[in-house]
Design a binder for this molecule. Structure first.
Ligand code: NDP
Ligand code: ZN
Length: 351
């Protein structure tokens, strides 16, 4: 089976891997629209340790081609939206943790990113299909739905972790597609001031459309100082959706006492995150530091679609580049890796 991914660290390419096997609770899906994610390129560059001959991709809508004998809700031919995070629902980790992200251990619910071949194959495997496949809601376009499975779900998770309250002063560091969704989510959740940090002109424009009240650039002076100035003393909530290990320290520094720092950024496997103790009130500032990734399962993706269906958010503002044809996954992936200045998110229609 043909698929696009990483041959080894730093070497993306086409692969010929075995077609996945469909277990009794599983489904095989043929992707009809896919999108590359920054996390795919991050893994390709070794951000998640060594991987070989691995098909990448974890954002897809598609057509079911096979289901296991115990699957009751879906059948071949059904059109489905596939959450990027697909827990094994019989595991204790998903019964104990609210986020469903850690079924058999830390981050283990994210099957597509490293544990098995991802969605850039001719077909891909979905475990626990009845719980992990969502129908496409009427009134939601397939491309709008595609952007719920990771970008919206992750950006909104940044907002959920931040526990935004009415009138909060919020900073979103990084306004790629994930951060932009965090801006939209923060506005929906009742934030007052929303300061967005990023430089790409398209992203800045969409950030404003989603509700950012101030835009700042990390390339133009100290963002901590800028945030203190704009907020008159610091943010209540800071969402990290981009940047590097120094961004973490900056986020702690710009957040006020009693605030929450909510990270959804993918740091590197070799990064050491640190901060001077005084930024954390010598350990007593009640500044809550949280980090998580988007929770899995169908219900969440149905709820994300509800927000689109009822006009609360338009995810398609993120789409800046469209490709047609399965082979174009390569172009979209390389574009995501190189991040040209006009890029927010590329999508690929495989047919
Ligand atoms: P992008 O690369 O498109 O966007 C990153 C943003 O961060 C851009 O706005 C960029 O600015 C900004 N940025 C870069 N460097 C700095 C810096 N030093 N200080 C402040 N801002 C900076 O990423 P995505 O939106 O696609 O993804 C964001 C992160 O979320 C990635 O790390 C990705 O791997 C992760 N992710 C995590 C998931 C989860 O479940 N936790 C799921 C999906 C993604 P500029 O405008 O200049 O480019
Ligand atoms: Zn992703």
């Amino acid at each position: 089976m043909k698929g696009y991914g990483m041959i080894e660290i730093g070497k993306p390419g086409w692969l010929d891997n075995p077609r996945p096997v469909c277990g009794p609770l599983d489904a095989l899906v043929r992707p009809t629209i896919v999108a590359p994610c920054s996390s795919d390129t991050h893994v390709m560059h070794g951000g998640n340790g060594p991987k070989f001959n691995l098909i990448l991709g974890h954002e897809a809508v598609g057509e079911v081609v096979e289901v296991g004998e115990l699957v009751t809700k879906f059948k071949p031919g059904d059109f489905v939206v596939v959450p990027c995070c697909t827990p094994d629902w019989n595991e204790l980790g998903v019964q104990n943790f609210k986020s469903f992200s850690h079924d058999v251990g830390m981050l283990k619910s994210f099957k597509f990113l490293g544990a098995k071949d991802g969605v850039f194959g001719e077909v891909f495997h979905v475990n626990f299909a009845d719980a992990n496949l969502a129908p496409l809601l009427e009134g939601v376009s397939p491309e709008a739905a595609l952007l719920t499975v990771d970008m919206m779900s992750t950006g909104f998770h940044g907002v959920e972790q931040a526990e935004i309250e009415y009138g909060d002063k919020v900073v979103v560091i990084g306004i790629g597609p994930v951060g932009l969704m965090a801006v939209a989510g923060a506005a929906l959740a009742g934030a007052g001031q929303i300061i967005a940090v990023g430089t790409r002109p398209n992203c800045r424009k969409v950030a404003t459309e989603y509700g950012a009240t101030d835009l700042i650039s990390y390339k133009d002076g100290d963002i901590v100082e800028k945030v203190h100035e704009l907020t008159g003393g610091g943010s209540n909530k800071t969402i990290i959706a981009g940047g590097d290990k120094t961004t973490f320290t900056q986020a702690v520094a710009m957040t006020k006492e009693m605030g929450i720092i909510s990270n959804v950024n993918f740091f590197d496997v070799t990064d050491v995150l640190s901060m001077p103790a005084y930024l954390w009130g010598l350990g007593m500032a009640h500044k809550d530091i949280r980090g998580g990734f988007c929770p899995g399962g169908a219900e969440r993706i149905i709820r994300m679609q509800e927000l689109i269906k009822h006009g609360r958010v338009d995810t398609t503002k993120l789409i800046t580049h469209t490709f047609k044809g399965f082979d174009k996954i390569e172009d979209a992936f390389l574009m995501m890796d190189q991040k040209p200045a006009d890029l927010i998110k590329p999508v690929v229609y495989t047919d």
